[in-house]
Design a protein around this ligand. Sequence first.
Ligand SMILES: O=P(O)(O)OC[C@H]1O[C@H](O[C@H]2O[C@H](CO)[C@@H](O)[C@H](O)[C@H]2O)[C@H](O)[C@@H](O)[C@@H]1O
Ligand code: MG
Length: 274
Amino acid sequence: MKSELAEMAFDQKRILPDDGEAPDAVPVPHALVPHLDKTAILLDIDGTLLELMPTPREVWVPPGLSNTLNRLVERTSGALALVSGRSLNDIDLIFAPDVYRAVGGHGAEMRLSVDNEAAAAHAPPMDKELKRRLAAIAKLSPGILLEDKGYSLALHYRLAPHAEKAIFEAVSLIRADLPNAPIEVLPGKFVCEIKHSGFTKATGVRELLKHEPFRGRRPIFIGDDVTDETVFAIMPDVNGLAFSVGRRVIGVDGHFDAPSDVREFLARLLDDAR
Ligand SMILES: O=P(O)(O)OC[C@H]1O[C@H](O[C@H]2O[C@H](CO)[C@@H](O)[C@H](O)[C@H]2O)[C@H](O)[C@@H](O)[C@@H]1O
Ligand SMILES: [Mg+2]
């Protein structure tokens, strides 16, 4: 059995405080290591579980991660969900053959059961003409990639970073033309996503937590991006814990430097948690 000291040392190394003032290695209280039978594990994908890659299709699941996730699913009686900006379809392609409970498309889709793979959609398809106009923005520069999620459209510019300003300006012009369109712009990591308003990762997580096997459990959420901040913000309301990756976010419970640290933390949870 691991000593409490060993557990503390692990926590000190991997999870740093986020108040911006504190020294780099203040230990996260031991009580933060959860009891898995009372915990719901909610995980962002890109930049949290998986390293960021030049294009969305290039991501891959490192050895050991599937095993860790599947064991955590077992130990939490299924209370593990991926909470992603990606569509459920995309998530399943990435993690195939494994299928996880998930909130997809920034809250646009939700899968509560892995048995029938039924997914609830919380967003209608995006208007075709609007999508056509937005898609034309990709012509601004070679290297801009389009990702069509049906209910939203993402313009990726990691390979054309110089185009950022032009992309956001072009999107603003289209929005100004359609002041009543129920859409919003979601900036991400080298991506400008245009989606229906009315749902976020946080609305998805709130909904998820109403259902078995998540209901009544203490959620821990780990995420890296601006869109994850909506979930960080609701964690206190649901007695949850929030951890950021790659950057310090005020108000969260801790911070990981990189996805490899998140993966190591999750693997260690299996050994350390009661
Ligand atoms: O909420 P997440 O699971 O973190 O998904 C956020 C977005 O991830 C993908 O784009 C990002 O990752 C790509 C692969 O590393 C990278 O090339 C891109 O620059 C990033 O923005 C995905 O394509 C989007 O649909 C997700 O919204
Ligand atoms: Mg992410």
